[in-house]
Ligand binder design. Structure first.
Ligand SMILES: Cc1cc2nc3c(=O)[nH]c(=O)nc-3n(C[C@H](O)[C@H](O)[C@H](O)COP(=O)(O)OP(=O)(O)OC[C@H]3O[C@@H](n4cnc5c(N)ncnc54)[C@H](O)[C@@H]3O)c2cc1C
Length: 492
């Protein structure tokens, strides 16, 4: 067995969260080994957020051009996928090559090792025949991969996950999409706008089932207007592929398409990480963590695998807390001032936490030693980038009721606002209030800029701004966000 090499910190998985942690700890002067078996940067830049939003940008340009006939004369639109594929290849992913990301990390002083990392007892990580002993801790940020349901026959077919959908150079004539969540809807609308005949098959009784029912309705209506067939309440039982086409058999019905995209969720792979060697139950769906992202003594976790929300902004938010906490741990281990008991809840401000004494610092601004924030997910924002966009923060009405909150709801259609009417926009603002506390605990903003309008609502939920104050704000005329004022009036 190889002699373990002593380093300060080992980071396993350099996706959004792991890369941020590893880079900032290296910049702080620690010896950091960062390990990734795939591409440094992870899912977001290569097969997730960035290329999918490039696709959406292109598809929305087509849709806007098609609206010329309604508002401004005539326009002929001839979709062409080639420039989209080229942009993803050349601008977003460097043809799925991570040399720039590796250089970025090593430029900060980190050491990169390509391979699959596994814990191998307390403080130890093994990559093939290399073994590292971490002096201060291990950070795990191995993310998730597509969760493919155990549908009869599916595994034997050449189905797509998000990887093939993002890498596609030539579009199929028709596409079956298994899963009507955010990723399924975003990609379905893109492909439909480029002329693909798309059918979404969703087992729940509505698409976008985790969001407000009104949001599901608007999203489904928008996709249908783009020509997408939406089948809800349909459970796929069997999938077959005859060499040319896919057939999904469900409830006595058959759906056929040239290609099948499976986007039915994501799953962490705790069983592959050797977590049992440090006493962690690896049969769990996600790796449970406390408010400072501790999974166990000397082990932190960051990003999707914590199960706190599969979003890049969650991974980045958690990364800032992990960086602060690891540096605090290092300082205490080296004999700096005791930080225990001085934790503060710093919801959305985790991104600025840094500088924990001694010669170490990371980021830009300083905080007092020991001021390590505790994660606060009350105001978790999420955006589905369909057109119209679905932005949401905090609790849905149903979630708030299930928690026993004395709920009040304020709702207004976007079309009843001046801007919405001018724009002929579909959408709405829905506010979920805690009547006893007089604050918003959740909100949904659907519209052409639903994700941008959301920002004010995130502040309201995060900072628990009294509703009385929100009512006395001035909302610029005629913006989409002015509809928030109307929805506030609707709170009974
Ligand atoms: C199509 C799509 C669109 C999305 N759009 C958005 C969006 O618009 N906004 C948003 O906020 N989020 C979006 N997401 C989600 C976002 O991509 C993830 O939340 C984010 O990438 C999570 O980062 P992470 O650090 O947890 O892990 P990941 O990005 O999943 O990275 C994990 C890394 O760990 C590596 N790894 C795994 N196991 C090992 C091992 N044993 N040893 C070494 N390395 C390992 C992998 O190779 C990978 O590089 C989207 C996702 C998809 C699929």
């Amino acid at each position: 067995m190889a002699e373990p090499e002593l380093v300060d910190v080992v980071v396993v998985g350099l996706g959004v969260g792991g890369e941020e942690v590893a880079g900032r700890l290296a910049e702080a002067g620690l010896t950091v080994v960062g390990i990734d078996r795939g591409l440094v940067g992870g899912e977001c830049p290569y097969w997730g957020c960035v290329p999918s939003k490039m696709m959406i940008r292109a598809a929305n340009a087509l849709a806007e051009a098609r609206r010329v006939d309604e508002f401004a004369g005539t326009a002929q639109v001839r979709p062409d996928w080639a420039p989209v594929a080229k942009r993803i290849r050349e601008e977003a992913t460097d043809t799925w090559n991570d040399r720039a990301a590796v250089d970025r990390f090593t430029g900060k002083g980190g050491r990169f090792v390509r391979g699959a990392g596994r814990l191998d007892g307390p403080g130890r990580v093994r990559v093939d025949d290399q073994v590292f002993q971490a002096r201060y801790g291990i950070v795990v940020g191995t993310g998730t991969s597509p969760s493919v349901p155990p549908i009869d026959g599916l595994a034997d077919t050449p189905y797509w996950t998000n990887h093939q959908a993002i890498e596609v150079e030539e579009l199929p004539g028709s596409l079956l999409v298994l899963g009507g969540g955010a990723i399924g809807l975003e990609l379905s609308q893109v492909f439909a706008r480029f002329g693909v005949r798309v059918t979404v098959i969703e087992a729940s009784d509505r698409v976008l089932a985790v969001e407000e029912p009104e949001a599901s309705e608007v999203a489904a209506k928008a996709l249908r207007a783009d020509g997408v067939t939406i089948e809800t309440g349909v459970k796929a039982q069997r999938v077959s592929h005859d060499g040319a086409a896919f057939t999904v058999h469900a409830d006595g019905r058959e759906f056929t398409g040239d290609q099948l995209l499976v986007v039915t969720g994501r799953r962490a792979h705790l069983d592959e990480l050797g977590l049992d060697t440090v006493g962690i139950d690896c049969t769990q769906r996600y790796l449970p963590v406390d408010g400072r992202l501790h999974a166990a003594d000397g082990i932190w976790a960051v990003g999707d695998l914590t199960g706190e929300g599969a979003f890049t902004h969650i991974a980045m938010y958690q990364a800032a807390i992990v960086v602060a906490d690891v540096l605090d741990h290092v300082r205490r281990t080296r004999g700096g001032p005791d930080a225990s008991g001085t934790a503060s809840v710093v919801g959305g401000a985790a991104g600025v936490v840094s500088a924990v004494g001694g010669s170490m610092s990371a980021g830009g601004s300083s905080v007092a030693p020991g001021s390590v924030p505790v994660a606060d997910y009350r105001a978790l924002p999420r955006v589905t980038f369909t057109d119209p966009e679905v932005g949401a923060v905090g609790l849905t009405e149903q979630q708030a009721r299930e928690r026993g909150i004395n709920v009040q709801v304020g709702f207004t259609e976007l079309s009843s606002s001046t801007r919405g009417w001018i724009h002929r926009a579909d959408g709405f603002i829905k506010l979920v209030a805690d009547a006893d506390q007089g604050v918003l605990v959740g909100a949904t903003s659907v519209g052409p800029a639903g994700g941008e309008v959301l920002s004010g609502l995130v502040v309201a939920v995060h900072a628990a701004v009294p509703i009385s104050q929100l009512r006395h704000m001035i909302y610029a005329y005629p913006t989409f966000h002015r509809a928030i004022e109307t929805a506030l009036r609707e709170l009974s």
